[in-house]
Design a protein around this ligand. Sequence first.
Ligand SMILES: *Cc1c(COP(=O)(O)O)cnc(C)c1O
Length: 431
Amino acid sequence: MLYNSLNNLSKSESFKEAVIKGIAPDKGLYYPNEIKSLSKKIIKNLDKYTIHNIAFEAIYQFVGNTIPEKKLKSIIEETLNFDFPLIEVDENIFSLELFHGPTLAFKDVGARFMARCLGYFNENSKEKITVLVATSGDTGGAVADGFYNVPGVEVIILYPKGKVSEVQEKQMTTLGKNIISLEVEGVFDDCQDMVKKAFMDTQINEKIRLTSANSINIARWLPQMFYYFAGYQKASKFNLPINFSVPSGNFGNICAGLIAQKLGLPINHFLACTNLNNAIPRYLKSGVYTPKPTIQTISNAMDVGNPSNFIRVQKIFNNDIHKLKKNVTGYSFNDNETKKCIKNIYKKTKYILDPHGAIGYLGLKKYFKKNPNQIGIFMETAHPCKFAEIVEKTINEKIDIPKKLNKTLKGVKNSIKISDYSQLKEYLLGG
Ligand SMILES: *Cc1c(COP(=O)(O)O)cnc(C)c1O
């Protein structure tokens, strides 16, 4: 399979080239030029497959011959070395817990998969690859952990100062070695803009090989489709239509779900749920895309004013908004609604939602008012302890912190402060 830039000004590239470049030379996002459905036999017999087998079947055509089959299988096994439990929290509403990876974020899967692919591609190269990544919170930790100690790869993380949680900050600033964190005076969009600018800066690109580990990179983006197969596999026993509700920021996760559906996974409907950064839900209503500056919320990993995967969402439906609307409904919720939801669910069931998962739950509740007797799965994208301050205040209860975070929390923060693009450039060219 080859990938084309969605700006249509660059030549087609293999999976390997597209992963190494991250973004096409014409600055467009890569998109597969042909997607073949999986055989009906596989889809019908999903429950007979292990998650590793399904993942291999799902991703194989996207990787093509750039990674040998045996190597790809071992990358998948190493990537998916934890489970995604499906927990019923309300009538027909299930939480798909994606937070059992090493940094308790759903981004662990994409980061671990990409790190291993890049490590393989760069195995025999003398040239270092620099991964440049902007984070609103969770990407940073997952990427830091996934790429830690990968030979030949250096990681530079930009995060907005004071706008990530303590756990998130520790996860990206305490590892050291090939992981460098830049603390940016500004909001997430400033970090993302600086990263975009660096990718377009010829002086930088002449000197170092840059790639991206945001969900614009296909090796970070595509493996997220595994969640949908895992969730579907577990919920198919109910014999009811299955809907996925996806708390969304940059819209990489939901886009991967839409690709799983293209592969033949019979998902009934998608709910694209956001906080007040609701450019896409507004677009789904009005047909006009008007991104706005980022608003800070308690679900900070989704504080994205201008989602970078919007163009892929459109492309999946051949830029036909009517088809898109048939398949995807957008909802947006504010911080008060989110907190109220966390509180009520805890009262009712003792289940602790994190602010992102809560937004997914709220979307299902709204959708079910008009569409009863269906299954709803919301993506629980982070462990509530990563947003302990807000969640503990809301439920009036302490949250247990999983043991695997102890070491991170004891680590010493090490970051470099920057306030504008020139300082990033200076660092990249000098360091
Ligand atoms: C990144 C993130 C999201 C949003 O995912 P996108 O793929 O950017 O839409 C949601 N919740 C959490 C906890 C995240 O870290």
